[in-house]
Design a protein around this ligand. Structure first.
Ligand SMILES: [Zn+2]
Length: 166
């Protein structure tokens, strides 16, 4: 998102060159730049004993509701990507993350979003699903590759995990 007005004082922004950055939106009133902002999210493949947990979400559009996807969510202010990944797995699946590694980062163009992709090894125990979900299931690697093949970033994430041996 590129700002036209100052989010603090509401004044129309002008453009200013700041070092190498040209035409940065600038508030003359507050005396500060407003660089472009975009949402940052984590996308997490939770796994245990060679199986991967995929979820179905209530919140998405009707046509998408039957689609299995990865756990994901927004990174909160002050939180690292890893902390967000651990929190989202706990919130959505009710499982503790034992270890978690960054696979890669992805741009999700449809929502102009930066996504940090993690592989997370999770604890034993049954799913305790968030109200945001209408289902979760364990899949073996072949099924996971096939199901995530219908998604955008999830597809890149599982392929990254497999190709890097993470
Ligand atoms: Zn301002």
């Amino acid at each position: 998102m590129r700002f036209s007005f100052c989010p603090d004082c509401g004044k129309r922004l002008s453009a200013r060159d700041l070092g190498d950055e040209l035409n940065v939106p600038w508030c003359d009133g507050c005396g500060k730049p407003w660089f472009e902002m975009f949402p940052c999210c984590v996308i997490v493949l939770a796994r245990r004993q060679g199986k991967y947990a995929l979820i179905k979400q209530n919140s998405c559009e009707k046509s998408e509701r039957d689609k299995f996807v990865c756990v994901s969510g927004y990174i909160k202010t002050g939180e690292s990507g890893k902390q967000a990944a651990i929190r989202e797995v706990k919130e959505e699946l009710g499982l503790d993350v034992l270890s978690c590694s960054l696979v890669s980062t992805y741009v999700y163009n449809k929502k102009q979003m930066l996504m940090l992709g993690y592989a997370a090894d999770v604890s034993e125990g049954e799913f305790q699903l968030s109200d945001e979900l209408c289902g979760a299931q364990w899949f073996d690697v072949e099924q996971t590759v096939e199901l995530l093949g219908k998604t955008t970033v999830g597809d890149e994430l599982i392929k990254g995990i497999l190709s890097k041996g993470l």
